[in-house]
Design a protein around this ligand. Structure first.
Ligand SMILES: Cc1cc2nc3c(=O)[nH]c(=O)nc-3n(C[C@H](O)[C@H](O)[C@H](O)COP(=O)(O)OP(=O)(O)OC[C@H]3O[C@@H](n4cnc5c(N)ncnc54)[C@H](O)[C@@H]3O)c2cc1C
Ligand SMILES: NC(=O)c1ccc[n+]([C@@H]2O[C@H](COP(=O)([O-])OP(=O)(O)OC[C@H]3O[C@@H](n4cnc5c(N)ncnc54)[C@H](OP(=O)(O)O)[C@@H]3O)[C@@H](O)[C@H]2O)c1
Length: 314
């Protein structure tokens, strides 16, 4: 099986374009392709946390770096600033079909180099234009440039999507819990715009953790899910650095441990009744996974299905 693991690992590493430059140099020199040797990809995986969506489905297993290496030119057709740091772009580009939960790569040519990063689709697979949700990272090589784009500006997009954070990778259960921090709420919007979660699960609970209340964006979409799906949908906002009269205060793993999350949802979070998808800040993913494992949940693995499916954003 080790060759299979190497292939899978190399594929994701190369898709992310992060295998060629160790972390200190990553921001300065960005040479996404061609692929790095397998030993280098393995070494890089040890050094840094990259998407760890497990249990690839038959439909997504064959996606690899070569498939994502074809850049096509897209154009910005819409732009929305939610806060000083948070913004969304709508992009018109003739990408190939993708599944909810997958990401593509967006790139700009900066100082003679093509600088690309992975971004989750926010739009559903059948919706156009494409939509992406960003936070500006101080001194981040790409995000500030993306923020400056205007309607009509060109942008490079990988034609083919990648990643295994799809519902095809999630076994059936009574309830589906979705845990996001920061911009990772976007990937769950794409999921919730499809029929699959509503067809397969009794309840769909979306918990979203942000620092301040102003970052609880896309409320129109949330209201639409609530309107269309009634009690089947439960939305639980978390705000960690402000007191509010509507959101849970603090972090998601703490609220799982002390029971506040289950009380707010009105549903127990138990290994026998749920599947959990976690996406965003790798510390949040790690801490949430740990508290769920304390409760008897296990990671979904290809050889042994469990209840936890994860994706790290950095
Ligand atoms: C599979 C996948 C999907 C992603 N989808 C999205 C997305 O939909 N929206 C999005 O904004 N980012 C997303 N990212 C992160 C994105 O690829 C970039 O890392 C990010 O936009 C910052 O780019 P940068 O070049 O400015 O800085 P980078 O050099 O890439 O990152 C610098 C540092 O910024 C922090 N950081 C990176 N991304 C985020 C983030 N999203 N929120 C908070 N802190 C962050 C980390 O500490 C990171 O080390 C995704 C990453 C992966 C692996
Ligand atoms: N969000 C902002 O207001 C803001 C403003 C300017 C720049 N930035 C930049 O954006 C980046 C951070 O973006 P972000 O705020 O979207 O992401 P983030 O730092 O991942 O925070 C999002 C949410 O995740 C929580 N979180 C962090 N670690 C966690 C863990 N181990 N377990 C559970 N929850 C955890 C945070 O709680 P805590 O608050 O307790 O950490 C916060 O509620 C940084 O580079 C920052 O400099 C952010």
């Amino acid at each position: 099986m080790s060759w299979l693991y190497s292939l899978h690992t190399l594929g994701l590493d190369a898709i992310l374009g992060r295998v060629h430059a160790p972390r200190p140099f990553r921001n300065r020199q960005y040479i996404p392709f061609p692929r790095a040797p397998a030993w280098r990809a393995k070494e890089m995986r040890k050094q840094q946390s990259i998407p760890t969506a497990r249990f690839p489905s038959p439909n997504t297993r064959n996606l690899n770096a070569d498939n994502m290496s074809q850049w096509i030119e897209g154009h910005v057709v819409g732009k929305h600033h939610w806060t000083d740091e948070l913004y969304s772009l709508r992009i018109d580009a003739a990408v190939e079909p993708f599944q909810a939960g997958q990401f593509t790569r967006l790139a700009l040519d900066i100082d003679g180099e093509r600088v690309g990063r992975p971004y989750s689709y926010v739009n559903g697979p059948d919706e156009r234009p494409l939509e992406f949700y960003f936070i500006t990272i101080p001194h981040g090589p790409l995000t500030d440039r993306l923020r400056q784009l205007q309607i009509g500006d060109p942008i490079w997009v990988s034609a083919r999507a990648g990643g295994f954070f799809t519902l095809a990778a999630v076994p059936d259960a009574r309830n589906l819990w979705l845990f996001a921090s920061g911009t990772a709420r976007g990937v769950f919007l794409s999921h919730l715009k499809t029929e699959e979660p509503w067809r397969r699960f009794n309840k769909v609970i979306l918990a979203h953790g942000v620092r301040t209340a102003g970052e609880l964006t896309y409320q129109d979409e949330i209201a639409r899910f609530a309107r269309d799906h009634g009690d089947q949908f439960v939305y639980i906002p978390f705000v960690s650095r402000e007191e509010t009269d509507f959101a849970l205060h603090g972090r998601i793993p703490d609220a799982i441990r002390d029971g506040r999350l289950a009380r707010r949802a009105g549903i127990p979070l138990t290994a026998t009744t749920c599947q959990v998808m976690i996406c965003g800040n790798p510390d949040m993913v790690r801490d949430t996974t740990a508290v769920l494992e304390e409760r008897g949940l296990k990671k979904n693995r290809r050889t042994e299905p469990g209840q936890i499916t994860t994706e790290n954003y950095w």
